[in-house]
Structure formats: C-alpha cells, structure tokens
Design a binder for this molecule. Structure first.
Ligand code: HSE
Length: 423
C-alpha cells in the first residue's frame, strides 16, 4: 500500500491514543507531532521524541505531509493552522467540534476550492460511528429526527444524581474527583459541547447549514434532587437531550436542553458517560447507536478510521470520493424555542391555600394547555406545597405566558422548574 505522511496537532489524551493505535498500520507514517510542551515526559514505549515540534506551522506547511490530524481543540490557533494546512493542499481530520460548529463553513469552502477534504467522525459522539454512516450508507434517507445524548459528563452527573439521590453540586464534585468533569465544567454542564455536536449532526442529516447561534441551549445546572425524584415517581429519567427535527413545513428545530425521558424509551436506559443517538428517517425507520462518546481509545477509533478511509481513497485516486466532500450550501430555516411544541413538566411551589390547584388549572386552560397529570404530596414544613404538572403537547410560548400569569397569582410562590418531556 502507498504510504501516507501524517502530521498530528495536539498530543494530549486523544493525540496519544491516535499515536498508539496508528502503530499497527505500516502504511501510515507519522512525520511530526505538534505539542505545547516539548520537554514533557511521554509514557509511550520506544517513542522517538525527535518527531515532536513546538511549532505547528512546521506541520501545516510541510510539503511532505499529506494529511493533518487536529486533536488540540479550541478555535485559536486551530482555525489559522487548519486554514494554512488546507491552503497548502492538505486533507484534514479533526475531532474539534467547537471549530466545526463555529467556523466549519469557512473551512469547508476553502477545502472545496483546494480540492481537499475534512473528515470529522471523532467530533460527534467520540467512538460511535455516525458522521460517515449518515453521509454514506444512510444517504438514501430523508432524515426527520435526531434525539441524542451527546455529552458524557452531564449524563454521568444526572445518572449519579438519580442513583444516589445527590444534589447537582454533590454529583458534579464526584464527577470532577473521578475525572469525568473538568475543573471548569461550563462547556459540558451548560450544554455548549452538546450544541456543537448537534449543529454538526443536524447539518449533515438535513443537508442544510444549521447555525450554532440559533440553537436554543439550556444546561443541567438547575436540575434539583427534587426534580429527579418527582420524575422517577412519574416514570421518567432526566437526560440532557440534543434534538434535531425537520418539520413538515421544511423548517428546522434544533436545541439542547434537559428532558424527562419516559423509562421505556431507549435513551432513558443510557447511563453514566455513555452517548446514544436515535435517528429517524425514511426509508430506514428508527435506528439507535450507543457507545463511548469520549476517551482516548474510542476517539482514536474514529480518527484512525477516517484516516484509513482517506488513505485508501488517496491510493485509488488523487480526487477524494464525493461523500468526503461537504456540500450543504443551503441555510437551514431554524425556528425559535417559543414556536416549538412539547409536553412539559412544571414544578410549582404554591402556598397552602384553598384553590391553588384550581388556579393552576384555570391559567393552563386559558393558555391552551391541557394538563395530563398533576401531583401534590402533602404540605411541606414551610407551609407550601410542591405541585408537579405534566401537560399534553403545547406551544412553548403559551407555556411561558402561563408561567408569567401563574407568578402574578398570590398563592403561587415560585416556578421551581420547567422541563420538556419525551415519551
Ligand atoms: N466533554 C465531552 C463529554 C467529551 O463529556 O462528552 C468530548 O466532547
């Protein structure tokens, strides 16, 4: 087999995993690896440290390097480096979801001009094969829905809250101690990471460019132990769900927020740091892919998979196959959260007054909201009641109006939470 020369930018957990897996493939020559700290001791057997460089420009401008693997993350300097690499005719393999979500259009446009490709299987759901399948074997389908757990950190935290009756803060602390959450967990717990991934996945699934700025995003930091307990009692688990839907009118609904997921739903059974993607399309029907969404080896599986596909394409021809090229020029018409329809879980704190449930029922009714379940279990020590309402399918803007009206009523103390429901 023809040998290809590769340069790797980033040599942390994923970069090291990629390096180790690549040792099995004799036709791939790792020419250079760009690192932040060239003096750091690497725990790799027989490692030839002369391939390390602190200057990533050496990789993106090296005429002998055919493919650049970027596993450093972030926008700066990754964007400039990859732009230069493409300008110099190199193919790109990247795991960088933030870069693709925010600056993908610019990179894909340049790659098209330069007749190079950008592959990114590892950017969405780590080791789960989803990008290549959607672009190749599922391309006969009109995909209409994606519902997915795309962030391992938040799924781990929510699992531990449910299993051990922990508060969000307690579960986050445990996740940080065990290395499942970063010291600054914002990117994961506020839903940014999942929103990058669903923007990439919806763009290729619906064949229209989904803008990250128009994705409604809500994290898991407001979920309480009480929400988890009430959800359990009503037959649900709480999960951070990334949703992408192609509506009948051609508009696109993409969002990330926590949801009550019915226990019988496959996504409700996905625990700890595992990721899962449910995809619905015609003619395939519904498929679910579940597996590790992060970690050195699963992510290396996707990076190296992309690399081997590309290397074999390059062996057959200088022109990569069309499925490796991105061509979504059409911009998605994304709807606002207020225009979406959902079933809802509303946790209401009410005073111990006669007629409180009546007021809730009247205000819901006046706003076209049909209640399907209502639960109150006694009166708390502070003489208030926690009233949980589950609604039938309603319009988000109607629900928001109802909540504002409820808060104006003297006997309603607080709206403790509003979550959407998936059955
Ligand atoms: N931080 C991500 C997660 C993995 O928790 O799933 C990398 O995207």
């Amino acid at each position: 087999m023809k040998s290809v020369n590769v340069g790797i930018i980033g040599f942390g957990t994923v970069g090291t995993g990629v390096y180790k897996v690549l040792q099995q493939f004799g036709n791939i020559n790792i020419k250079k690896i760009a690192v932040k700290n060239i003096h750091k001791k690497r725990e790799i057997e027989n490692f030839n440290s002369s391939i390390l460089t602190a200057n990533a420009d050496e990789i993106v401008t090296d005429p002998d390097i055919d493919i650049v693997i970027e596993v450093a993350g972030g926008i700066d300097p990754a964007f400039d480096l990859l732009e230069t690499a493409i300008d110099n005719g190199k193919h790109i393999i990247t795991a960088n979801k933030e870069l693709l979500a925010k600056k993908g259009s610019e990179l894909f446009k340049l790659a098209k001009e330069k007749n190079t490709v950008i592959l990114y299987e590892a950017a969405v759901a780590g080791g789960i094969p989803i990008i290549m399948p959607v672009k190749t074997i599922l391309s006969a389908n009109r995909i209409t829905k994606i519902a997915a757990i795309l962030n391992g950190t938040t799924n781990y935290i929510l699992t531990k809250m449910a299993e051990n009756n922990l508060s969000y803060e307690e579960a986050l602390k445990q996740a940080q101690e065990l290395g499942y959450a970063e010291t600054d967990p914002t990117g994961d717990v506020e839903g940014f990471d999942a929103s990058y991934k669903i923007s990439i996945l919806s763009t290729i699934s619906f064949n229209k460019k989904v803008s990250i700025d128009k994705i409604y995003r809500e994290g898991i930091t407001k979920i309480t132990a009480q929400d988890i307990k009430s959800a359990k009692e009503l037959g649900y688990r709480i999960k951070l769900i990334a949703l992408g839907q192609m509506l009948d009118n051609g508009k696109i609904d993409v969002r990330v927020h926590p949801m009550l997921v019915a226990k019988k739903h496959l996504l409700a059974k996905v625990d700890n740091a595992t990721n899962s993607i449910m995809l619905k399309g015609y003619p395939v029907g519904e498929i679910v892919l579940t597996g590790p969404g992060a970690g050195a080896e699963p992510t290396a599986s996707s990076v190296v998979g992309d690399l081997l596909v590309l290397a074999s394409e390059l062996e057959a021809s200088d022109k990569p196959l069309p499925q490796s090229i991105c061509h979504h020029n059409e911009i998605a018409d994304q709807i606002e959260i207020g225009d979406t329809y959902n079933e809802y879980y509303i946790a209401i704190n009410a005073g111990n007054n006669p007629g409180a449930i009546g007021i809730i029922g009247t205000i819901c009714g006046n706003n076209n909201i049909n209640i399907s379940t209502i639960m109150q279990k006694g009166i708390k020590e502070d003489n208030t009641a926690e009233i949980i309402v589950i609604t039938e399918r309603s319009k988000e803007s109607d629900v928001q109006n109802a909540l504002k009206e409820l808060l104006k009523s003297d006997c309603i103390k607080n709206i403790d939470n509003l979550l959407r429901v998936m059955n």
